[in-house]
Write a protein that binds this ligand. Structure first.
Ligand code: IMP
Length: 188
């Protein structure tokens, strides 16, 4: 798989260092007044499948506060549908009403996916709702979405793979994030 990568943007070590920083910052924020749940229940960390899985697994182990975690899966409009059409494939198992919720995403690109998820969760009236994304491409945004924690801004408009991010379902298991060689990108 590594020979398919043109260059590494974020090494495994850089990612782990940044995830530790994010974990420390999030723990601090929720300890220092960030929690709004009237019943004081643990922060609910919601991972978005499948891309956020490696990031989620590393991030939660760097959270030094009580948490619960759960997962959601949404269909990507990239699979031939329009940006308005984001469908929930797997919903949360638990209720989020009056809870503190932190969404964990792999990458925010146009913002359509995240906007859909935020609307869906906001309708359930959580006590607070925040977003943590490993990667951000702010220059690609088509709809404004609030992002509270960002691991890295992708410095240029390139398609990235690795550490959960895929191309045609491949490369999710790479421990780093890199750019695919053009010869491995097939036009649909
Ligand atoms: P958005 O709805 O355009 O913000 O896209 C969000 C989703 O698109 C992410 O959760 C990824 O699954 C996918 N995506 C966007 N950019 C990339 C990329 O550079 N590499 C891999 N997946 C991407």
């Amino acid at each position: 798989m590594r020979e398919h990568i043109e260059r590494v943007l974020f090494s495994a070590e850089e990612i782990q260092r940044r995830v530790r920083e994010l974990g420390a910052q999030i723990s601090r924020d929720y300890r220092n007044g960030g929690k709004k749940d009237p019943f004081g229940r643990p922060l609910l960390v919601v991972g978005l499948l499948k891309g956020a899985l490696p990031f989620m697994a590393d991030l939660i182990r760097n959270l030094d506060i009580p948490i619960h975690y759960d997962f959601m899966a949404v269909s990507s409009y990239r699979n031939g549908t329009s940006p308005g059409e984001v469908r929930v494939l797997k919903d949360l198992d638990c209720a989020v009403g009056r809870r503190d919720v932190l969404i964990v995403e792999d990458i925010v690109d146009t913002g359509h996916t995240l906007r859909h998820i935020l609307r869906s969760l906001q309708a359930r009236e959580p006590a607070s709702l925040k977003v943590c994304t490993l990667l951000d491409k702010p220059y690609r945004r088509e709809v404004a979405v609030p992002v509270d924690y960002v691991g890295f801004v992708v410095p240029e408009n390139v398609f990235v793979v690795g550490y959960g991010l895929d191309y045609a379902e491949l490369y999710r298991n790479l421990p780093f994030i890199g750019v695919l060689k053009p010869e491995y990108i097939r036009e649909a």
